[in-house]
Every structure is written in structure tokens, then in C-alpha cells.
Design a protein around this ligand. Structure first.
Ligand SMILES: [Fe+2]
Ligand SMILES: [Fe+2]
Length: 252
């Protein structure tokens, strides 16, 4: 049984919500079972911005699952930022999982992710020295956190929500020189070791809407500049290998 998933990312809320978007989200429950928000909810991580975003989310008559993006992380009052979103009913995931009963049990594993680039699997090697070492360490830490989160989930349908991309296949017109800021393949490798049905990310404003991990798991880039509004699609569980052929383990 498919689930109707709506997803949007990179709202970059500042001082007003576009009227068209507000109308679309308010009517979303007629077309979807859940709304996924893939980070960069606010532009500057400011409290008035997240309050405005929360007022928008309050009009959505659906469960909302979200992760934060790098712009949200500019906030100096992170506990308050989180509290405001949660008061609007948003399930905010940071290396955490939640399970919703949407006719079938749907598990969401959410993590912000990190940059680092896609070399040697999918992208050019452009970084050297200490910058790349620091990025690699942070990316590895995020990969381990995602691994731990996915290991908790046993559901009919599993969706990974992140801000950064786990693959270069959704980066579209992003210049390769920027790939190191847009995601990394370590996250994709972790996802490929688990029975994941779909990955949803944002952040790549110049990317393309769909791609896949190296292991063939479907990936949506829902940064709002890419599809131009919420993506709404039926998602059904993918056929899984029998006998536990997925191998959980620490990211290499
Ligand atoms: Fe963004
Ligand atoms: Fe971003």
C-alpha cells in the first residue's frame, strides 16, 4: 500500500511567506499523508523567522517530519528554535528516528548531514590539507550517527530525511567546485547498507529533482527552487533482498 509523501526543502523563511505557498500547504492534507521538510527552514536561523515558519506549519493538517539545515544552524538559541518548531507539531529529527502509522508503518530517520564531497565515488577531488581532513572527520561522524539511527528502524517503509545530499546524481547544475559543500558519499554508503526505500534531501538549490545512491536507492532533491513547490508522490516499499543481505556496520 503506497503512502502519499509530500516534501519540501529550503523554504529560507525571512519576513514573509509567499501566498501561493501558504495556500498550497494549507490544502496539502487533501493530497498527502505526511509532510517532510528537508532543512533550511529559515534563512538566518533567527527566532522571528522560525516563529513565522511555525505559524505556517500550524496550518498544515498533517504530521510534519523535519531536519534542520545549515542556515537554521546559524541560530544561537538552538533549544528555543527547536521548541518553537515542536510547539507547531513538527517532529524534528537530529540523528533520531520516528515511526508513523500511515496505513502502514513508516519509519523516518532524520539527520542534517554534512559536506565533504563525493570523491572517489562520484565527484572530483578538489580539497587538500586541513580543510579536507576536518570535513572528512565531521562527515564520518554524521555517517556513524545515521548508521546508529537506521539500525533502530524496522518498519514497512523507511525514509531517510537529510539536508545535505548523499549522492552527486541530484546535483544537476551545481558546479563541481561546490560539491564539497553539498554532501558526501559516506552518507550514501550507510543508506545502501540498510533497507531504505527513499531518501529526501534539500540544500542543492541548482540540482535536479531525482537521482539514486550508488546502491540504487531513489533520492529526491526537494530544495524548493528545484521542483518549484512541494513534491507529492505515492511511495511504496521497494522489494528487499531476502535473508538479511543488508550489512549494518560503521561507515568506512
Ligand atoms: Fe538552502
Ligand atoms: Fe543548505
Amino acid at each position: 500500500m503506497p503512502v502519499r509523501i509530500a516534501a519540501i526543502g529550503d523554504l529560507h523563511v525571512r519576513s514573509e511567506i509567499p501566498a501561493g505557498l501558504a495556500d498550497e500547504l494549507t490544502a496539502l492534507h487533501q493530497r498527502a499523508d505526511v509532510l517532510v521538510v528537508a532543512g533550511d527552514i529559515t534563512d538566518g536561523g533567527r527566532i522571528p523567522e522560525v516563529e513565522l515558519a511555525a505559524s505556517l506549519f500550524r496550518t498544515v493538517a498533517l504530521p510534519i517530519v523535519a531536519v534542520l539545515g545549515n542556515h537554521d544552524r546559524r541560530c544561537l538559541r538552538r533549544t528555543e528554535f527547536r521548541r518553537i518548531l515542536e510547539s507547531a507539531g513538527v517532529i524534528l529529527l537530529d540523528a533520531e528516528a520516528t515511526i508513523l502509522d500511515l496505513g502502514i508503518r513508516v519509519g523516518f530517520a532524520g539527520i542534517g548531514g554534512y559536506g565533504g564531497g563525493f570523491w572517489p565515488d562520484e565527484g572530483p577531488f578538489l580539497l587538500h590539507s586541513r580543510v579536507s581532513q576536518a570535513l572528512a572527520l565531521r562527515a564520518r561522524r554524521e555517517a556513524i550517527r545515521l548508521e546508529t539511527t537506521l539500525a533502530q528502524l524496522e518498519t514497512d517503509l523507511t525514509v531517510v530525511v537529510m539536508h545535505y545530499s548523499p549522492t552527486a546524481t541530484t546535483l544537476g547544475n551545481e558546479p563541481p567546485q561546490k560539491y564539497w559543500m553539498l554532501g558526501n558519499s559516506q552518507l550514501g554508503r550507510v543508506i545502501d547498507r540498510h533497507p531504505v526505500d527513499l531518501v529526501i534531501h534539500g540544500h542543492a538549490h541548482l540540482g535536479n529533482p531525482t537521482g539514486q545512491t550508488l546502491g540504487g536507492i531513489p533520492v529526491w532533491n526537494v530544495a524548493t527552487t528545484v521542483p518549484g513547490g512541494p513534491v507529492i508522490q505515492d511511495v511504496a516499499p521497494r522489494p528487499k533482498p531476502r535473508g538479511g543481505q543488508f550489512h549494518a556496520g560503521i561507515a568506512r
